[in-house]
Structures are given as structure tokens and as C-alpha cells.
Design a protein around this ligand. Structure first.
Ligand SMILES: NC(=O)c1ccc[n+]([C@@H]2O[C@H](COP(=O)([O-])OP(=O)(O)OC[C@H]3O[C@@H](n4cnc5c(N)ncnc54)[C@H](O)[C@@H]3O)[C@@H](O)[C@H]2O)c1
Length: 446
């Protein structure tokens, strides 16, 4: 149904006009991996964009045109901030009231008991509510469980006396960004949009169509929320399946990579997923538990989610056990071993070490007395609990000094042929050494 046939109040029609002629002022709250690329995309098409973040250092960096997110181009940010003056950042919540659209991209972590922790989303929504005025569009992009927009956000905003769908508009549109992916960026990744009401949906679709090539409307914000948690659950479950296969292949003395390569030649009915030292980042290890928690309200047990979580969380321990076996086969014990870890980031070519399985592996190795060093061109320092390390240079000496080189992240810029040349013993959990030759017995894959 078009906006005209719904006889929209003036607010909706005004907003759509401002989106189409790019005169709308866009606020982006949370300038992290999701928010900063989004702010840049909006500014690039001509909107005046104001980023909000409680982290004053980040705000200052943006205002200097200084980039801290690898997916954003340095020159592009500088140009938008310093030359075109279309992008600015602030810590002042009062400026929310002058925004036409406000997009919320703050973290949605888990509590210690693996339940949703919406404290950041709620804190920001309270600020948005304090400054809410008729004619604004609010969109939540943080990943969350089905029902959040209507059960948590909408009541907080409507407590102001303003009504959703009439005075202000509200939608959920999950961010799908894949950090480090050069082919699919914010602009060319299709985007699902579901709103709290049909009027809000018209406004939301207009907003997203200005910057996203393919916008996918769904019938409600709950559907959009479910789409996102399903997508990440799909990945978590399939990764767990290949991780389990890797553990079985280890037991049966089969090469899991060869199995997966051959299975992948089937032209239908199979998709590539690869095993590794575990799952990490801010999405796969966390998001399925949002759905698991919500399902309990419906007296429903999401067994795949629980099982996938259990298998994926077991991988760091499995990797350490395999490292111990390998060292022992060569007459060494972990207690006296020097281990050089390659890769602290949770996946290839990113600088994000949040929830990284490498962290867990390093902790387990250190706990068992190993002397651990690491190299990661994207993560210069690592500090978590008692473990504080700095990335070492990947030199022939560093490789030669290590009893075991443990590849945990397959960063592109690491020269794996060089690693194999200078290391004595290598355990490769990512198949980063695919196709490379070395002396028999030196290299073992997961
Ligand atoms: N990183 C990803 O690959 C990815 C992909 C898709 C979806 N998501 C989802 O997007 C959301 C944001 O993730 P992210 O990776 O960008 O997080 P991030 O940690 O990189 O950035 C979040 C930003 O929000 C700011 N912030 C936190 N609380 C705030 C508050 N109360 N007020 C103002 N600013 C506040 C932080 O200072 C930080 O700059 C999460 O829900 C995440 O699950 C992330």
C-alpha cells in the first residue's frame, strides 16, 4: 500500500520527502563496526549525518576525520568530515531532537548467565525518548530477540505521550555487515526491514532505499528480528556440524578438509562451512542465545542452539588437547613448550578479538604452563584477565624459537610458506597452509 493511499499524517509524508530529497538529518547512535560504516554510507549519498557515542575518544577521532574501523576508507571519512562537512560526531544527547531519523547500533551482549543484556539499547532508547518530538523516525539495527522493538522500545518511546505510527515512526532493520568482506558492503548487502505499523513501514522503506540497493520488506518488526537471529543461528549450527565432523575425523584419522572439499563439489544441496578453533566475534557466539532465551517464554526448547553452542565452545579445549598430543609425539610437554600463536582476531582479516577463540586457547595454554607469544598483523595488543601480550614480529627467529606454531586465524597477509620454512612443528586449525608442501611430520591440520 502506498503512503498516499494510507492517507498518512503530514509527519510521514514530510519524512519521506526529506529522505527522497536528502534534506533529512540522520543521527546514528553507536559508532562501532556497524554504526560508523552506516554513518559514512548515509553521508555519502548527501544526508547531513550526526553520530552519537558515549565514548568521547571515538567522537573526537571522527571529528578529526581519523578512522578506526577497517571497513571504512580513511580518505572517504576524512573527505566527508573535513571537506564536505557532512559527517560529525557528538556525545551530546540534546542534539537528538534536531534529527529526522535516528538509527540505533549499540552492542547487545549476553549476561554471565547467557541471557540477553539490553542495557545499552534501553539506555539509548531512554535518551531518544527524552528528546523525542513529533515527526521523527527511529530504527533499531542492533541484533536482538523477536519482540524487542514492540515490547521494549515502543513502550519506552510511547511513555512520552507520543504515539507510534502517528507522531513518530519505528522500525527494526538488522545490520548484516560482514567485517572484512570486500565484496559485500553495507550498500550492496540486501537489508530486511520490518516496522511496528504499516505507516512506519512506508517511512522505513523510504529511508533505507536511499542507501541500500536491495531492501526486503517484511510484515513486522518481530519477523525482521527473527530473520536476523535465524541467520546467525544457521551459521552457528552449521559451523558446529563441521566442528563435530573435524573431531570425529581426528578420532578416525581422516583429513576433514579433504572430506569437505570433495563434499563441496556436489552442485546442489550443500553449502561450504569450515571447522576451526571455535566461534568468535560479537554475533555467532551470542545471538542464538537471544532466541534461546525468548523461546523459553513460549515453553520451547531450542535444542539445536544449545547443542551448537556446546560443540563450538568445546573447540578451544580440543585444539589444546591436540597441541598437547602433537608435542608429546615429539617428546615435549606443554609445561615446558614455547608456543607461537598466529592470529588473535576471531576471523580472517579483521582486527576484532572480541569473544575470539584464540583468547580461550591462549588462556588454556598459559594455564597449563606453556610460554605463549602471538603474532597478529591486525591486533597489536591483547589483554584479557591475567593474560597481557603484544604481537611479536613474524621473523625467522621467532618461528625457529617456538616448539609449536599454532595457526588460529588465517589472515591473508601472513606468509604461510615462510612459516612452514622456519617452524619446527605447525598445527593449522584453519587450513591456511592449503596446497603448501613441507617436510613430512612437520605440519598437522585440525
Ligand atoms: N560487528 C558485526 O559484525 C555486527 C554485524 C551485524 C550486527 N551487529 C550488531 O550490531 C550491534 C552493534 O555492534 P558493533 O559490532 O557495531 O558494536 P561496537 O562495540 O563496535 O560499537 C558499539 C558502539 O556503541 C557505543 N555505545 C555503547 N553504549 C552506548 C550508549 N549507551 N550510548 C551511546 N553509545 C554507546 C560504543 O561506545 C561503541 O562505539 C550489535 O547488536 C551487534 O550484534 C554487529
Amino acid at each position: 500500500m502506498s503512503i498516499r493511499t494510507l492517507r498518512q499524517p503530514a509527519h510521514a509524508a514530510d519524512l519521506i520527502r526529506k529522505f527522497e530529497d536528502r534534506t533529512a538529518r540522520v543521527g546514528v547512535v553507536g559508532l562501532g563496526y556497524v554504526g560508523l560504516p552506516l554513518a559514512v554510507e548515509k553521508a555519502k549519498v548527501g544526508f547531513q549525518v550526526l553520530g552519537f557515542d558515549r565514548n568521547a575518544a571515538r567522537v573526537a577521532e571522527v571529528n578529526l576525520g581519523s578512522n578506526y574501523i577497517e571497513d571504512v576508507r580513511d580518505a572517504e571519512l576524512r573527505d566527508l568530515v573535513l571537506d564536505q562537512r557532512r559527517l560529525e560526531a557528538t556525545t551530546e544527547w540534546g542534539r537528538l531532537s534536531s534529527m529526522d531519523a535516528v538509527v540505533i547500533c549499540v552492542p547487545t551482549p549476553l549476561t554471565r548467565n547467557l541471557t540477553p543484556d539490553l542495557q545499552f539499547v534501553e539506555a539509548v532508547t531512554r535518551e531518544v525518548a527524552r528528546h523525542l518530538r513529533p515527526g521523527q523516525f527511529i530504527s533499531l539495527e542492533s541484533t536482538t530477540y523477536p519482540g524487542t522493538t514492540e515490547e521494549v522500545i515502543k513502550p519506552l518511546l510511547e511513555a512520552t505521550g507520543l504515539k507510534e505510527g502517528e507522531d513518530f515512526h519505528l522500525a527494526f532493520s538488522p545490520e548484516r555487515v560482514d567485517p572484512g568482506n570486500k565484496r559485500y558492503t553495507t550498500k550492496n548487502t540486501s537489508k530486511v526491514v520490518g516496522a511496528a505499523s504499516p505507516r512506519s513501514q512506508e517511512v522505513a522503506l523510504s529511508f533505507y532505499r536511499q542507501t541500500i540497493l536491495d531492501v526486503v520488506p517484511v510484515s513486522s518488526s518481530r519477523i525482521a528480528e527473527m530473520v536476523k537471529v535465524f541467520e546467525n543461528t544457521f551459521r552457528a549450527v552449521n559451523i558446529a556440524l563441521v566442528n563435530e565432523l573435524a573431531m570425529l575425523c581426528d578420532r578416525m584419522d581422516l583429513d576433514v578438509w579433504e572430506v569437505l572439499d570433495a563434499a563441496g563439489t556436489k552442485p546442489f544441496g550443500i553449502m561450504p562451512f569450515y571447522p576451526g578453533p571455535g566461534v568468535g566475534g560479537h554475533c555467532i557466539p551470542l545471538d542464538p542465545h537471544y532466541l534461546e532465551w525468548k523461546a523459553r517464554e513460549f515453553n520451547f526448547n531450542t535444542r539445536f542452539i544449545a547443542l551448537a553452542g556446546e560443540i563450538n565452545r568445546r573447540m578451544p579445549e580440543f585444539v589444546v588437547a591436540k597441541a598437547m598430543r602433537l608435542l608429546s609425539d615429539h617428546g615435549m610437554g606443554l609445561r615446558t613448550a614455547r608456543v607461537l600463536v598466529l592470529g588473535m582476531a576471531y576471523k580472517k582479516d579483521v582486527d576484532d578479538a572480541r569473544e575470539s577463540p584464540s583468547a580461550e586457547v591462549v588462556h588454556l595454554l598459559a594455564e597449563r604452563g606453556a610460554r605463549v607469544a602471538y603474532h597478529d598483523p591486525h591486533v597489536p595488543r591483547f589483554h584479557e584477565g591475567p593474560v597481557e601480550l603484544q604481537s611479536v614480529a613474524l621473523s625467522a627467529d621467532a618461528l625457529d624459537e617456538a616448539d609449536l606454531v599454532l595457526i588460529l586465524t588465517d589472515h591473508t597477509q601472513v606468509d604461510y610458506a615462510f612459516v612452514l620454512r622456519h617452524a619446527h612443528l605447525v598445527l593449522d586449525t584453519r587450513n591456511a597452509t592449503r596446497g603448501l608442501l613441507c617436510e613430512a611430520g612437520k605440519l598437522v591440520r585440525l
